[in-house]
Design a protein around this ligand. Sequence first.
Ligand SMILES: [Zn+2]
Length: 174
Amino acid sequence: MGDIAARPSSIEGVGIFAVRAFRVGDRITPVHIVREITPEAPIREDLGERIDHCAYPDGKVVLIAFPERHVNHSCDPNAFEYFEGHTSYLVARRHISVDEEITIDYNINISNGSTWPCHCRAKRCGGQVVGDFFRLPVERQREYRPLLAEWFIHRHRRRVEALDSSRESRGAPP
Ligand SMILES: [Zn+2]
């Protein structure tokens, strides 16, 4: 832990906060995984496990460890999840000051997720987490395109290629 701490958040419940400052590109913390959730080894609510502490990388369901499980969503996040093989890290997307809440955009690397209200209070907040990268405004998809995980690009190759070619045509001289 050390560099981050779980504290009450003005966005939602508990969030994770910077104990030290981070610069752009800094690895804030590995996203530690407790275990994979499978039909044979389902969530054990009797042991305090919760489905909202899970993530969905590459078609799997994994239970995220404390405190990373508490990272909140923002429509203008200061961090993102970076995948490297079977591990992932929270990486600073811009400078993060001591005591600032660390946020990611839950719409990155997800499709066909559920939609729920957003209280992130970012200036550009759309009022909801759509739960699907491809349902974000296309400008936002372009902004987040460099943050997409390889496994997500692989799973949605044609839609990502369509996004990339729309960028190319837009960039063509008049
Ligand atoms: Zn929002």
